[in-house]
Design a protein. Structure first.
Length: 352
């Protein structure tokens, strides 16, 4: 009875939000659509209709589609925080806080190459402390350091931004600054996991998979660049299922990307590896898709049965994130260089 009282309202709202997610049949139709206009027509029949209308409706320009997707994700994320019980609102804010820091990372990269706000506006998730307005204002600063100092004012993430600022001062690299943000964010998320495991062990397992994905993507990119593990060791994030020793053994025991991915047991990457081997362009995005699919399936398996629980709230956060990620890939498939056949093998979307 206590669970019903505590999570009853939240669970009912989450179920209603979940019902508006795109189903497997529609996702397949979007994948098989002949062009972007046909894809938009299908999305117009979904929860994305109002957001698409904000940027031109059925006549929306292809370059504005990301704006609509980002707006929808921001709206859903904001609702999720609002409906979470007050006792766990801090937890869900910590988890979805990555979207605000995602915006900061995009701004750092743009500022480093002297690009303006308009060049990244379509990718900004208009949510939280670092929403579109805050990013646009900060990017008026003359330098990356000035912009980060602007972001630091009354920041809910002072450690992450301070680490990013120090990293950038040291190397003048946006990549290093973004890595510092990720490491700091996931370090804090690791503390969240410790708290979660006491009362919500299964959601904690999903968060650990998220950390593993971050570490493995770093390893894959480093292997392509021919780096030593010592070059990236400081960027490894703790509290995942794989500890630093496991990650180092995996990296040093592999001669190339293909042999390394074949040894990864945390995720089912067989399909992704087959597509990578057969692809001419060798897109690393293929492995991120594979890992996100695995997180999706595992979160569904671990959390879907927990209706009156924090797990039901968390699973929606991952489902929505992966839905938007998948739609971006499907709509921009040609930009990513993935064929329809490759997408057919990679995209997994179940809403059962």
């Amino acid at each position: 009875m206590s669970a019903a009282m505590h999570y009853g309202y939240s669970s009912a709202r989450v179920k209603a939000m979940e019902a508006r997610l795109i189903g497997k049949k529609t996702m397949q139709e979007i994948m098989n659509a002949k062009d972007a206009s046909s894809q938009i027509a299908l999305l117009f029949q979904s929860d994305y209709k109002n957001d698409l209308e904000s940027f031109g409706g059925l006549s929306i320009k292809q370059e504005l589609i990301d704006f609509a997707l980002s707006k929808n994700l921001a709206k859903s994320t904001g609702k999720l925080v609002q409906i979470t019980p007050t006792t766990e609102r801090k937890l869900i804010r910590a988890i979805v806080g990555k979207w605000g820091l995602y915006n900061v990372k995009i701004a750092i990269e743009a500022k480093e190459r002297k690009a303006d706000y308009d060049s990244i506006a379509r990718y900004i998730i208009d949510f939280g402390r670092y929403n579109a307005t805050a990013v646009k204002e900060a990017m008026r600063e003359d330098s990356v350091e000035g912009m980060l100092n602007k972001f630091l004012i009354n920041s809910p993430y002072p450690a992450a931004l301070h680490d990013a600022l120090e990293a950038y001062k040291k190397t003048k690299s946006a990549i290093d600054a973004a890595a510092a943000i990720d490491k700091s964010y996931y370090k804090e998320l690791g503390k969240t996991i410790i708290g979660l495991r006491i009362i919500h062990n299964e959601p904690a397992q999903v968060l650990k998979m998220d950390i593993d994905m971050k570490n493995l993507l770093i390893l894959i990119k480093a292997k392509r660049a021919g780096l030593k593990f010592s070059d990236i060791a400081d960027n490894m994030i703790e509290r995942g299922n794989m500890n630093a020793h496991d990650l180092e053994q995996l990296y040093n025991g592999s001669k190339d990307i293909e042999t390394m991915v074949a040894q990864i047991k945390t995720y089912d990457l067989k399909n992704a590896l087959d597509v990578y081997k057969g692809s001419k362009r060798k897109q690393l995005l293929i492995f991120e898709i594979g890992m996100r699919n695995s997180i999706f399936n595992n979160s569904m398996r671990l959390l879907k049965h927990s209706i009156l629980s924090f797990g039901a709230i968390l699973v929606y956060a991952y489902m929505k994130e992966i839905e938007v990620f998948t739609l971006r890939i499907l709509i921009q498939g040609r930009i990513y260089g993935l064929s329809r056949e490759e997408l057919e093998r990679l995209i997994v979307w179940k809403n059962e």
